[in-house]
Design a protein around this ligand. Structure first.
Ligand code: 4AD
Ligand code: MG
Length: 414
């Protein structure tokens, strides 16, 4: 049976009597199909093909082989494809991202990212959560002012790009109960670590009538649903296997075991025992988180952080106000993948905290209104999609988990 295939050439090997062309079908460019060419005229044609030319071929299956019967070049490169087989430096490849994503590796990463995102959304919708669409242009900080990207000349006031949709989701729970959003968060963090981007895809959820334990449980269900979704997708699980080598049992354990929960104080103790010079009240940075999670085989929640380390909106523990209902979920040998917790729902306490931190109550009038008019206990979290993919695929750098990365120290964007 003769089939027609439209595809992009990836590489070729031309011998005297036979040629092999690896192509990526237009419909599924992450798959590589090998075509075999035996006709001397067609071998000549193949010899002229450049990487990434678009071809249309009639092929016949002969045993294992797809033998080319006819070949037409639909779009020929106007110049030789700039990314050759030879090793290129990271800077060149970043400048060429728009073309590099046609390669072999990136399509696999972005396919897994698609399955991760879709599994998360499907899980949340199946649990009855409603997807909402918060704005990206904001007037006041959610997490802290220093990291906001200013939006120039938008009206008379200064505006910023959103770094979290949380404050808007908190308003939306009064409309829809349990909500989530997937937006792009921007942060001018000058940390050039392997897990920070200046722009990342942020999955955030907020739930009315939810306490601290409820939101930890919800995050555990979400992470398990994402991993299950990836493992159940044949292609995605193949790719994960390929990228992670043999380390798949970790994912099976993640699905079976309950995620341990330790307090911040216990985390400090563990770190001290491991010889880290740290004391209560200190921040857990990327290094500390990695060391802390080394001994855990499954993700672990670190709970009850010092109030001073977390944002103004987190509810304090009533009989221990120096700590608050905030938790980070950490992946083994990696660290933070989510932050979440219970929000302060009392008008007066929230107002006092805003003032105490030197923030302006008038900037948070709408946020305070949520407590002024029939408040409710509520909780939420945020998960970074690129971080998840970074760790799931054991990528060298989080930059590779997004097609067009923005990060500190690079101002020429593709
Ligand atoms: O811990 P973060 O800053 O928490 C919030 O923004 C809360 N307002 C979320 C909420 O409760 N709705 O960010 C949440 C997650 C982090 O755990 C991390 O996975 C990811 O977002 N993240 C980043 N990912 C890549 N690059 C960055 N610069 C990131 N900053 C945060
Ligand atoms: Mg955090």
């Amino acid at each position: 049976m003769v089939e027609r295939i439209k595809a992009r050439t990836l590489r070729k090997r031309v011998l005297k009597r036979i040629a092999f062309v690896d192509v990526k079908p237009v419909e599924a460019p992450r798959r590589i199909v090998q075509l075999v060419v035996k006709d001397p005229k067609l071998i000549e044609e193949v010899d002229k093909l450049d990487m990434q030319d678009l071809i249309e071929a009639e092929v016949e299956r002969v045993g294992e082989d797809l033998v080319v019967k006819s070949l037409k070049v639909l779009f020929k490169n106007l110049e030789p494809f700039p990314i050759a087989k030879k090793e290129h430096g990271p800077d060149f490849l970043l400048r060429m991202r728009h073309l590099a994503i046609r390669g072999i590796r990136y399509p696999k990463i972005f396919y897994v990212e698609h399955v991760v995102t879709w599994s998360a959304i499907k899980h949340l919708v199946d649990e009855g959560r409603k997807r909402v669409h918060p704005p990206l242009i904001i007037a006041s900080a959610t997490e802290g002012g220093a990291i906001l990207f200013p939006v120039d000349r938008f009206g008379e006031r200064k505006f910023f790009l959103s770094e979290s949709a949380q404050l808007y989701l908190e308003a939306m729970i009064f409309a829809l109960g349990k909500v989530f959003s997937l937006t792009t968060s921007s942060r001018m963090e000058k940390s050039r670590t392997r897990r920070h981007l200046a722009e990342f895809r942020h999955l955030e959820a907020e739930a009315a009538d939810y306490g601290f334990e409820d939101i930890l449980d919800a995050q555990e269900r979400l992470v398990k649903a994402i991993v299950r979704g990836v493992l159940e997708d044949e292609d995605a699980s193949e790719i994960v296997k390929e990228f992670r080598g043999k380390r798949m049992d970790e994912l099976d354990r993640l699905l079976k075991e309950k995620f341990p929960r330790i307090t911040y104080d216990e985390a400090i103790e563990i770190l001290r025992k491991k010889g880290v010079d740290i004391k209560r009240g200190d921040d857990l940075g990327a290094d500390e988180e990695r060391i802390l999670t080394e001994d855990f085989e499954v993700p672990v929640f670190v709970t009850l952080y010092p109030t001073e380390q977390k944002a103004f909106y987190v509810k304090r523990v009533p009989d221990r106000p120096e700590v608050c209902y905030s938790a980070d979920l950490m992946l083994p040998r990696y660290g933070e993948i989510t932050t979440g917790g219970e929000r302060e729902d009392d008008y007066y306490k929230l107002l006092e905290e805003i003032k105490r931190r030197g923030l302006k109550p008038e900037d948070y009038r709408r946020y305070l209104d949520l407590r002024k008019y029939g408040s409710i206990r509520h909780s939420g979290y945020g998960l970074g999609i690129e971080r998840f993919v970074h760790r799931l695929l054991d990528l060298e750098h989080i930059r590779d988990a997004t097609p067009f990365p923005r990060f500190y120290g690079r101002s020429t964007f593709v």
